[in-house]
Write a protein that binds this ligand. Structure first.
Ligand code: AMP
Length: 183
């Protein structure tokens, strides 16, 4: 099974990706974590990532598509995966489609997390990550609205979109997701 988690920063997709990995055995591909690792390791990718992450802007599509294509082809992903934080633009969604064509499979579900904006800001400010300052949060929410939210329609048209109420008990949300993907 292959699943995309879609939603604004702070919507809880990282938490739910981890629960899915632990309870279903699907691989978890979290772009933000991969980029933070690259920053820590001081790689070339890390240098590009650092600048964009502190600004709250997206890295160029081709950089992210290349990174994800490599991971999706790896043996850890052979039984399926959860994409957490990718795709984040129409360009990335189209790039993903090409990679999936080459791999000969498709996406089963796109889970879209709905959380009110004031709750997102409250959660992000409480998290204390380097890119969770008020200014960067504002930019990231704007980038989500402008570049990522068009993907909601894109996947709705493909009949893949599954809305998730992202406010509530973390375990209840996880159980709801399990019931959706098992149905
Ligand atoms: P996240 O941990 O998902 O909130 O991502 C943190 C930051 O990493 C974002 O603000 C972007 O700068 C960068 N990033 C993560 N995923 C992507 C992506 N798919 N495309 C471009 N930039 C990304």
């Amino acid at each position: 099974m292959r699943i995309i988690l879609l939603g604004p920063p702070g919507c809880g997709k990282g938490t739910q990706a981890e629960l899915l990995r632990n309870n279903t055995g699907l691989a978890q591909l979290t772009t933000g974590e991969m980029l933070r690792e690259a920053v820590t390791q001081g790689t070339e990718l890390g240098a590009i990532a650092k600048r964009h992450m502190l600004e709250g802007t997206l890295l160029p599509d081709e950089v992210i598509i290349g990174l994800m294509a490599e991971r999706m082809r790896s043996p850890e992903c052979s039984e399926g995966y959860v994409l957490d934080g990718f795709p984040r633009s129409l360009g990335q969604a189209k790039g993903l489609e090409k990679v999936l064509e080459q791999l000969g499979h498709g996406i089963d579900h796109v889970l879209s997390f709905n959380v009110p904006e004031e709750e997102l800001v409250r959660r992000l400010l409480g998290r204390g990550r380097a890119d969770d300052t008020e200014e960067t949060i504002r930019t990231r929410l704007k980038v989500y609205a402008e570049q990522t939210s068009p993907l909601l329609d894109y996947y709705k048209h493909k009949g893949l979109l599954r809305p998730i109420e992202g406010v509530g008990d973390i375990k209840d949300i996880h159980l709801y997701i399990c019931s959706l993907i098992e149905a």
